[in-house]
Design a protein around this ligand. Sequence first.
Ligand code: CO
Length: 470
Amino acid sequence: MADIEKKPVKIVETVLRDAHQSLLATRMTTEQMLPIVGKMDQVGYYAVECWGGATFDSCLRFLKEDPWMRLRKLRDGFKNTKLQMLFRGQNILGYNHYADDVVEYFVQKSISNGIDIIRIFDCLNDMRNLQTAVTACNKEKGHAQVALSYTLGDSYTLDYWKDIAKRIEDMGADSICIKDMAGLLTPYNADELVRALKESTKLPIDLHTHYTSGVASMTYLKAVEAGCDIIDTAMSPLALGTSQPATEVMVETFRGTPYDTGYDQNLLAEIAAHFQPIRDEALKSGRLNPKVLGVDIKTLQYQVPGGMLSNLVSQLKEAGQEDKYLQVLEEVPRVRADFGEPPLVTPSSQIVGTQAVLNVISGERYKMVTKETKKILMGEFGQTVKPFNPEVQKKIIGDEKPITCRPADLIAPQLPQFEKECAQWKQQDEDVLSYALFPSVAKEFFEYRAAQQTGVDSTLADKQNKTYPV
Ligand code: CO
């Protein structure tokens, strides 16, 4: 080989964020994380993804933990390793668009509490929805990684991705992530895509995929050979299935090659031993469903992310119509086409999925529609790659005029109002951001926190503990 130049592949460890979000409904507690942080810090990971995504909501809603406190504790423990978070562009960590002042303040506080790298994505790949967060991250001297939400469809050609990559570079990003939330990127397509992106941008490329369809480790191998700089993996007890390929396996795969990470496999084994009982316990309690650990080929067939499949099942269960599962799976691509062929990632995945369920169980397409369906067709989430189906749009929004500008341009600054509303519970600057994203959940958490502190109403605290099992 002519090029024996060493080019170690960089690894982002996802066990503290995506892995337990994908397998354990985001229920890992800070207490379960802290004892192993010291060892994880010695591995030499490029970064540890540990915050953002659904962890914020889950902390407040289910675990009765302050997500900001979690971040500060992790920061204290990781002395040498960069901390990474996932951020939904103008939706921040919520499900709606927020005004720029909230986005900017959230970025500022994430970085000042310990985040180094912010991975920012938009569920429609509407670049306008990323700019505020990227600019704020640049200003706070954080690393802004912009993710393209990977999906398949007529519009998603190599030229489309190359164009997006160029625009990501131009907007001031420090790196690019190919975010393949559904595990749709197959090995040879990954090779082609990485090479194409390398032609249009000089930025480092990070590939993020899920094992759902069974091809992920092979996809990483081909991508790294094609020049991909960074891959996202999870420690083996919380790897595979709807999570990422296993860290130890990828480390061993590249040993002795130019991509050798040099990581210590014994140290990784000690770290894996910490997470093994968490896996065992989750399997025992039923939190971890063995079903999500296998290969789900439906994800390739229907191009639906793993998390979305389980949501569809539970929505149908609630409606007592589980037998309609296949019909719903077939309806998903039709709804997606009506909505301008968006990628399926939070929140577009929930909107398309819920609408597909409604279309099937009501017996007439778009007889019942959600608020969010209307919003997407009003342009309130941004621009889709293709136009909406005009008939469907007309049926749902009637004569209302859809917006075409960046949605947040129509939202006045929101922080002053949020500050006013949560003043009575506020104990730290960051509380207003928790409140802004999840007002009722945050309020309940603030009340729980106050009760814990005074110890006066311990019965309430006990009751709350029972209401929100960890
Ligand atoms: Co993911």
